[in-house]
Each structure stands twice: as structure tokens, then as C-alpha cells.
Design a binder for this molecule. Sequence first.
Ligand SMILES: Nc1ncnc2c1ncn2[C@@H]1O[C@H](COP(=O)(O)OP(=O)(O)OP(=O)(O)O)[C@@H](O)[C@H]1O
Ligand SMILES: [Mg+2]
Length: 329
Amino acid sequence: MLVVGANGAGKTNLLESLHVGTQGFSPRTRMDAQLVRTGADRSRISLQGHRGPTGTTIDVTLGRRDAKQADLNGARLKSVEQLRREITTLVFTPDRLALVKGAPAVRRAYLDRSLARILPTRAALPIEYLTAIGQRNAALRRIAAGLSGRDAADPWTGKVVEYGDALVQARREAVALLGPLFTERANELGLLDARISYESDAPTRAQLDARFDRDLERGLTGLGPHLDDMPINADTRDLRTFGSQGEQRIAVLSLLLAEAEVLRDRRGVLPLILLDDVLSELDGSRRAHLALRLAEFGQTVVTSTDAVTLPTAPAQLLEVTPGRVREVV
Ligand SMILES: Nc1ncnc2c1ncn2[C@@H]1O[C@H](COP(=O)(O)OP(=O)(O)OP(=O)(O)O)[C@@H](O)[C@H]1O
Ligand SMILES: [Mg+2]
């Protein structure tokens, strides 16, 4: 589906509402108040669609003050986060270039979200690990303040080792699944010898014990997968520093396509794919390759300021003008 409209018409708003409506959160901001129209108190997103043979309806409401709520097929979900387990949406927005350009934390967070989708039985691991780190750090500060004895951190150190090991294992598996496809898709889009890597060893009990005094001084755990990176290279170049804008865009897109393929082949899930402004920096042959790949998946919504930029005819063409969406037939 192609969504066209002038700058500022509301294309990104439309895409963002599809993301909030299917995942429960915005890809752009954590501040839900920004999603409510200026001057209004509440927002509501109502979606109707099909998942396989069955019809699905979703309603998400969010207010400036109240908690977010989501109804799936008329039944209230316990939390909006549950939507993510029901429906998989992959999104590209120009902001996502931060995945290549940004600090290691951005790539870590992406990898953890991705592993939650690819290996759903281990979706909780990143949070469990970070909770253990938070508890260990809190214990370190209590010890430093003389409020607890030195052994107060022990149980949390044990948890950090246990969850750290499981998290590193899950991340390695996710990268092993995504990596080869990432290289293939990037190659097709003209970025040669691209590679994602995750080389990490979880800390052992002995390693954490050896640096106990340093951690105690800082009140922070200075070793573990919460500090890891997933470098993205092309040949020997680290794209974070040496990638052109177009190459960084191809890297983000290739990662999305790789994940869509893993989801389809391993879990039988065809994700909803949202691509905001993806075509603008790709030349003609790369657009054609992208269009070809996208045709293999479920529903894809692509925005553009220009209707002629897609090499294949879209199944549906929507035109956005401020406050209105119209189907062009
Ligand atoms: N919470 C809000 N309340 C009211 N208007 C908003 C809110 N958030 C964004 N807008 C406005 O919505 C308009 C449409 O923005 P949007 O980003 O969707 O445009 P676009 O079609 O994607 O444009 P572009 O082609 O430049 O990316 C903008 O003018 C923006 O200022
Ligand atoms: Mg936009």
C-alpha cells in the first residue's frame, strides 16, 4: 500500500498510528502525550483487519492523564504491551538511522526487541537481566553507604551471572539467524560485504567478584551484556562512523528485511511492515529490489511524497491531505 501526500500532510502520523494501534507504543517517542492532538484530551486508534482467515479489531485509547488501554476483538487487554505478543509490526522511519549511527545502547535495545520477536519464549530475558543489574547496583550503593554488609550483593550477582549468560546466548542465536540474511539483503541493495556481529561472553561469578571493589566505588556493575554492542560493518568499515547516509539506510532496511524473513520462516508470522520515507534516497534499481522483496511478506505500507517513486504498482494507493485520507482509484 502506497501512501502519498505533501510534506506535513500527515503521512508519518498515519504510519505512527498504525504502529501504536498494533504495538501499543510509538516508534518515535515514549511520551504518549505527544500522540494526542494539540488541544484534545484523548486519542483513539481503531483498526480493523484480517489475520489469516480471521477478522481482527483493535482499539487503543490514550489520554494525557489516564493510562493507555487496548481492546483486542472487543476484550480489554491486561496491558497494552500484550498487543506486541499478538501482532508483529516492523517499522522503518528516518529516525531509525540511529540504529547505525547511534551509541551502542541503540543497537542493544534493537537487538533485544528483535530477539523478543524471533525467540518469543525468551522475550522476558532482557528485562530480567536489567532488573538483576538494577538490584545489584542498589545493593552496591547500600553497602557503600554502610547500610548493608558486603554479602548483600551476592544473590544479585548470582542473578546477573545466570540471566547474563542466558541473554548473551539468546542474542547470539538471534544474530546467527539474522546475520546471513542481513548480508544477502544488503548485498542485493548494493551494500557489499555487510555484516552484523555480536561477540560477547557473559561475565562469570569470578570475574564479577574480581572487580567488586571497583563496582562498589562507582555503585555500578561495570561488566556484562548491558554494555555490549552489535557492530554493523561493511567489509572492514564500521558503518557507524564511515557509512554514508544511503548506506546506513540500506543497513537498517536490510536488518528489517532479514527479520521479516526469519519471522516468516521460523514462526510462520507475516509481519505488518511500515516504511516511512524509505524511497527518497534509494536509486531506481535499489527500489526495484526492495519492492521485489517486500512482495514476499504480508502487508506493507510505504509513504512517499511522490506517487511515481514505487517501481511496481501498489495494491492500494492512498492520498493524505491535512486531516483526510482518500483512496485513489
Ligand atoms: N500532537 C499533535 N497535534 C496536532 N498536530 C500534530 C501533532 N503532532 C504532529 N502534528 C502535526 O501533524 C502534521 C503532519 O505531520 P506528519 O509528520 O505526519 O507529515 P508528513 O506527511 O509525514 O510530512 P513529511 O513528508 O514532511 O514527512 C505536522 O504539521 C505536525 O506538526
Ligand atoms: Mg513524514
